[in-house]
Design a protein around this ligand. Structure first.
Ligand code: A2P
Length: 279
């Protein structure tokens, strides 16, 4: 039997739900034609996990592309997120139902708290609010409206607060993670608690692709820098969510059937820093 491509393989969350190793990230993909076309292309080329968020404002287009793809609902894994600004139970419930409606779905595979604090108040103490919205999410989970629940951009301390006051250990923590960005503290913590780590911005929102060291390794394996970035994350045991609006790149990011040797992984580990520019 032909071996399944790495791209087609799944991880398994602590509750037994399967999570595709590579998903399609839609942050910064404009609602309307751009989101519809790129998600359509991703599905055509075999992506089974589409990651969106209410805050991306593209849930409607993502939902349309999913419906029009003709792929069975149970064969697609959909993540969406509760906006970081919402920190009360009632609004969380309403907002979740709105996401379902936007997407045109009757359940979500993974629902996440987008961040522990509103983006305009990073670092604010929202412990009470995070517990309140997570409790709403626990209800969606028990009612079968979501197959897994979790958090995003949460530090170990933020997760400790959830574990202390809620019943269900988050199934996943989606964090910015790519070559050069040290996330070992959060990853070690999540491993210990069986919280699966999903990497967003796996290409450092594109900045890593011109890194000389990554280009050098890519040449050795006759692959692209993007493929090195993705393969590196798979070898670290996390799932990754590359984003692209170009078909050639969408396809390239699925071709990950090569193995980076330990010495080259160690060389990539010498890259340090966060090349993202937030401004
Ligand atoms: P584009 O969408 O124009 O194709 P990340 O996934 O870390 O957020 O990175 C996304 C950025 O990387 C986008 O600017 C995207 O551009 C670019 N990108 C995605 N895949 C590739 C690729 N295979 N080669 C070059 N650039 C890529």
């Amino acid at each position: 039997m032909k071996q399944m491509k790495e791209f087609q393989q799944n991880y398994v969350l602590s509750n037994g739900v399967k999570l595709p190793k590579i998903g399609f990230g839609t942050w910064q993909i404009k609602p309307g034609e751009e989101a519809y076309e790129s998600v359509t292309l991703a599905l055509k080329h075999g992506y089974k996990h589409i990651d969106t968020a209410a805050a991306y404002q593209n849930e409607k287009s993502v939902g349309e592309a999913i419906r029009d793809s003709g792929i069975k609902r149970e064969d697609i894994f959909i993540t969406t997120k509760l906006p970081a600004e919402i920190k009360d139970y009632d609004t969380a419930k309403k907002t979740f139902l709105q996401s379902l409606e936007n997407l045109g779905l009757d359940y979500i595979d993974l629902y996440l708290i987008h961040a522990p604090w509103p983006w305009s108040e990073m670092g604010k103490d929202c412990r009470e609010g995070n517990v309140a919205v997570y409790k709403a999410m626990e209800e969606f989970y028990r009612e079968g409206k979501v197959r897994a629940i979790g958090v995003s951009n949460f530090s170990p301390e933020d997760i400790d607060n959830i574990l202390e006051h809620c019943e269900i250990t988050p199934h996943a923590n989606q964090i910015g993670y790519f070559i050069g960005l040290d996330q070992s503290k959060t990853i070690d913590y999540c491993d210990e608690k069986e919280i699966f780590v999903i990497a967003y911005s796996p290409l450092g929102i594109g900045y890593l692709l011109s890194n000389e060291k990554i280009i050098k390794v890519a040449k050795t394996y006759e692959v692209s820098p993007a493929q090195i970035c993705l393969r590196y994350l798979l070898q670290k045991g996390v799932a990754a969510l590359p984003k692209s609006v170009h078909e050639k790149r969408i396809v390239e990011n699925t071709r990950l059937d090569f193995v980076i040797k330990p010495e080259d992984m160690a060389f990539l580990d010498t890259i340090k820093g966060d090349p993202r520019r937030w401004s």
